[in-house]
Design a binder for this molecule. Sequence first.
Ligand code: PEP
Ligand code: MG
Length: 845
Amino acid sequence: MPKYLTLTDYAQITGSAPIKRETHGWRAKCLQRLVRMDMPVPQTIALSFGVVREIATGAQMNLRHLLGHFPQDQLLSVRPSAEHPQWGGPAAILNIGMNDEKHAQISAAHGEPVATALYLRFVQSYAEHVAHLDPDMFDAPDPCLPALQAALRDYEMEMEEPFPQSPAQQLADVLRSMARAWEGTSARLLRQAKGAPADAGLGLVVQAMAGGMGTGFSGAGLIRFIDAETGAPTVAGRFKTQGINGMDAMQNGQDTLFMARDPRGPSLEEHCPEAYAELLQHGARSRERLREEMEIEFTLDNGKLWVLDAVTVPRSSRASVRVAVDLANDGFIERDEALMRIAPKALSEMLHRQVDPQARAEVFVRGIAASPGAAIGRIVFSSTAAQACAARDEPCILVRRETTPEDIRGMHSAHAVLTERGGMTSHAAVIGRGLGVPCVVGASRMEIDERRKTLRAGSHVLQEGDMLTVDGTNGLVLIGEVALLEPALDDRFATLLDWADARRDIGIRANADTPADARLAREFKAQGIGLCRTEHMFFEDDRLTLMREMIFADTPEDRSDALERLLPMQRADFRELFEIMQGQPVCIRLFDPPLHEFLPHSKEGLRFLADALNKPLSEITRRAEALSEFNPMLGMRGVRLGVTIPEIYEMQARAIFEATAELARQATPVVPEVMIPLVSAMREVELIKSRIDAVAAMVRSKQGMDFSYRIGVMVETPRAALRAGDIALHASFLSFGTNDLTQMTYGLSRDDAGRFMSDYVQQGVFPEDPFHVLDLDGVGELLELGAGRGRRSRSDLTLSICGEHGGNPESIRFCRALGFDYVSCSPFRVPVARLAAAQLAIEDQ
Ligand code: PEP
Ligand code: MG
């Protein structure tokens, strides 16, 4: 039996009415706050979630009670009021109560055109939203009397009944259709995507339409008190004479005024200084009392101000930071609240150029958003071409099937990188994030023809040299040059992060391989380097040849000779990093990749190498083939190289300790951390540790300098996590390399997963790409086991994570809960991590 709703089910919004956001929605609550601030809000009635639900299921409405709250013949509006503004709701409907009789009355009082505009607008929105007729049919460019008559006729023809004339019936129909629209599938899916629970309710707000069309100075407008892009204080907005709501003012047509004085045209400030001054007061008061920057929708009726509504100003990330910091500095909110108001991800948007959301763009192909930011450039298909572009100062986009360590200089030269293969932890993705270069990987719908130098996706074929825009934030590749927005850092950004540092209780370090990375790490206030991948240091031209000499050495003496020449270069690398980091910890990972990555892959390259090493091509080819492995990521790499070719790690250890001793001599104490990669057994650590200790003793005695150092293990095989208890007996720290650990836990190649990851996620096999969001159930359990077992055998063991997950707020939450000492992530993610960590500490309180 449907319920019969009565007067008690409607709440008139007064200062003391029992209106709550959780029962009546944000708009009703906000209006009540405006009333409490003595703003001139027209008479308003709020319907709770419960009442709206009853209406949707067919409850009868006794609208005489509701209408009794308003003067007779009062035109009304109905607006949605969900618990959160982002959850949306059905379109607002205005001018309820317009009918033939009212049209005649208003024509007599204010002129026929005013009455016709009001009536036509109501018929149009009623036809579209309540009767669900085709809106195109009612689309009249000019609101004149014949257009109104045609609309009423079309309505009657389609509906086989005249347009409803009873205001009570109109209101009942509007309420019912809005209540039902909320229950529709697409509305539900849309709001759930914005975080609304499945049973989120809708409130409705019925309000008296307040003037705007009087014969004196009348109209409607929107006013805000900040610049929506920067957050800086300014008065902005528009006013339309004879408009009936704020949206009219934004149409920018005839009769619109600027809000404040403006050289481009007349303003409300000049035309109605009293109302303007009153609005400024309301703005200041709402900022103080609502602790937010509000956009106020208002009308003027013969000069009398009415406040219809207020919403938080929609704003850019940069403006959000500025507003939060300014409100805290003005004492209106606590610093903790300012920190909680900013989504960590918003900070990463501020660090890079972004595609202008207003820009028109055609998508060429979609892929995985691997490194944020956007860039425009010409297509090139090789690293050499990218370097040539850079030399000509021409922006380019490096397009590769996938990148390899050989592409590193090409990536440095490119403005963005696009690959057909790969996932969140593939080479291109990791390096792109490290360099701050926008990157889209795994664009598997695109085909590269390297011979013809073309790129095809669907029906589009692009040539080398054509322009592309890469949107690494959203994983989109756009055809041609699309408008970008510049990054926008200001002192509020630094202030907010300083506040975050004062609150957080987990360390944040950066993954940094080069001096440029290290400088960025310091700029973003990382507390040291958590992972320096040393292999990148060997890809410079002069070093690459020496590396190759070392790899092809015939005797141990030849090998030592090549390493001896690499030593001063490595020492200089480490010294520079130590100097930049000024005594902060620097964790250096010993050589990790398989050796064949340093060999040329083309015939031409092999020939060049044979020349350089003065060896026959056949021998170079044979030995290069001998080094190739079926499964190199599970082969001769990491500590396995350290165990079998000890000279490499010994050279690196010597370079680290000699650089340390040099700095110690200059009174810059450094305590380097030496990290062993890809460990799976305790004995590997024992062996390497004893050799490193011996190198340290040798450097100490040769240099006559004492220094400290720490040796630790990178936990990136499942076995290392399981055996963390005995491994920790020989390690002062464990750092979880969750890229390889994810790869090995799933048995899923990090370089190939991009090919099917989107299918897997779409079909719900994986909730998310585990290379992007740490898999807490599986990989996470290994972290928990490893951390617990490690700490049980060594209570002072330092624990951290240095895989790409280190910068994700969810991973930080998990690692913090396990008692990790720090997380390490690429420098550009350090600000995000600092804020996310602070929010966790605040939440815990
Ligand atoms: C890892 O495996 O998580 C890691 C950080 O090392 P890399 O990405 O260099 O293999
Ligand atoms: Mg690894």
